[in-house]
Design a protein around this ligand. Sequence first.
Ligand code: NAD
Ligand code: DAU
Length: 332
Amino acid sequence: MQKLLVTGGAGFIGSNFVHYALANTDSSITVLDKLTYAGNLASLQGLPEDRFTFVQGDICDNGLVDTLVQETDVVVHYAAESHNDNSLHDPRPFLDTNIIGTYTLIEAARKHGKRFHHISTDEVYGDLELDDPERFTESTPYNPSSPYSSTKAGSDLLVRAWVRSFGLQATISNCSNNYGPYQHVEKFIPRQITNVIDGIRPKLYGAGENVRDWIHANDHSSAVLTIIEKGEIGQTYLIGADGEKNNKEVVELILKHMGQPADAYDQVIDRPGHDLRYAIDSSRLRTELGWEPKFSNFDQGIEATIAWYRENEAWWRPQKAETEAKYKVQGQ
Ligand code: NAD
Ligand code: DAU
């Protein structure tokens, strides 16, 4: 039985991975999570007690990280400050957690000779024109736009350097935009769903032409598990499910499934430096490791996600007023 240390396991994607890995392997999992505003223990309910342990703590805490990494077989590193809009207003926590936190973890993994998987984002590659026939591949040059994506890019480069200089046994994955249950209401899709539930019109940044490449969080989890089990050390894998949609299309789909007119949204101030388009070519992961996404019907995925937010108001309600108050100050 393998022991996994999952950082950021109380967040949106980390908690999805914890549920997925416990259901699909016989591993035991320790989650290390600081429980920032984005962490929620309610996302980790119903797990087998004999195979799951939760530790509240900071990935920048050397002593704690050293002890936990020593006791584990594989470190799966999700913990991050993850929201672009927050990074534009207060970048410092992004530097601390995404850069220093990753440094602290890879130093411990190097010292104890542990396998390390680093979770990253397609945003490290910057953005594409709407009509560009190319998509991001593992060899696309790094060109991040925001404080968030530049700290993620920095963390990827640290991992790559530790592989080359110190022989760290690491893999990296860069995934596109995730959706599904348990996502914080600051993010685009849950914000609009919970706005409609509250009788507030969805808020579209600018003209809504920006394109994101959507993937269900369960497909991200299955891809990460595949890379941990079969990935080549030192390699980077892009994760995507061919889910390109512009933001206006997504808002219209949410409105349709929630019984609202297609134009019942507001256009608000655009995000500074707003990346235009992300698109992932995940051929390496599919051909070399045999991974395939299962949730390819975005329409049905959105319908199920809307149903989840309707049925789980107790999970998101405590975050909603504070989140909207913050957006209001920003004119968004
Ligand atoms: P999230 O904001 O929902 O969760 C982040 C988690 O990390 C929270 O539980 C938080 O408490 C924890 N955390 C933050 N700082 C910490 C610290 N210093 N020490 C310990 N724990 C800390 O984020 P998410 O959307 O689940 O993203 C998880 C990872 O996946 C991130 O690395 C992100 O860059 C990456 N990613 C996200 C997406 C996406 O669409 N959401 C896509 C690609 C990659
Ligand atoms: O591509 C992967 C990235 O996807 C991850 O690395 C990030 O952690 C994750 O947050 C996400 O980043 P985005 O900035 O793309 O996601 P967000 O949900 O914030 O916004 C998605 C799009 O919707 C983006 O073009 C901005 C727009 N938007 C967002 C909000 C919150 C709106 O139009 N209105 C909104 O209210």
